[in-house]
Design a protein around this ligand. Structure first.
Ligand SMILES: CC(C)(COP(=O)(O)OP(=O)(O)OC[C@H]1O[C@@H](n2cnc3c(N)ncnc32)[C@H](O)[C@@H]1OP(=O)(O)O)[C@@H](O)C(=O)NCCC(=O)NCCS
Length: 151
């Protein structure tokens, strides 16, 4: 299927732009140095989706010893509802699987209905709850898990 987005790896030059997008997507956003640290850290998968030359979505995941974690995933508000979140998630899962991951975990705000529906539709299931895990506002995190078939 043709999609109007291109994926590319994130670079250090993207950190400030990504931090700006974070502020539009989250009430408790990652600062630029969180992206810079993630870009330097081992075992990380960071990529962006572009429409033309503009970053409109991004994915941050980690693969360690067969276990994957989705640390961040977002789509800019004006591009939502067109399938980009699903594409980012699928591309991220493909990359984690290629890195040897057999199961993936993530945390999501209990009130985040859009993200919960996205993950549920892809097969993630709730396996735990971290009480008052988030700030701004304080809220529980649900821990979700998905098993992946080998690449
Ligand atoms: C969650 C998010 C990434 C979804 O991105 P998106 O591009 O709008 O999602 P898609 O268009 O690909 O939708 C895929 C599925 O997600 C779910 N979904 C997306 N938006 C939804 C909404 N507003 N309400 C309910 N379900 C929704 C649906 O299951 C949808 O499938 P469908 O179209 O067949 O119904 C986006 O809303 C976002 O960036 N939110 C802010 C950041 C965030 O919360 N990230 C997740 C952190 S864990």
């Amino acid at each position: 299927m043709d999609v109007p987005w291109q994926f590319r790896p994130a670079t250090r030059a993207d950190a400030a732009v990504l931090a700006g997008l974070e502020r539009r997507c989250f009430s408790d956003p990652w600062p630029a140095n969180a992206f810079t640290s993630a870009l330097h850290a081992p075992h990380m998968q960071l990529f962006v989706a572009e429409a033309g030359l503009e970053i409109v979505g991004y994915f941050v995941g980690r693969a360690v010893a067969g276990e994957g974690e989705i640390l961040n995933l977002a789509v800019v508000p004006e591009q939502r509802g067109q399938g980009l979140g699903r594409w980012l998630l699928e591309e991220g899962l493909t990359r984690l699987r290629q890195a040897g991951v057999g199961e993936v975990f993530l945390e999501v705000r209990a009130s985040n209905a859009a993200a919960r529906a996205l993950y549920r539709a892809r097969g993630f299931r709730e396996v735990g709850r971290r009480r008052e895990y988030y700030r701004h506002p304080v809220e529980d995190a649900l821990v979700l898990r998905l098993g992946l078939a080998p690449a």
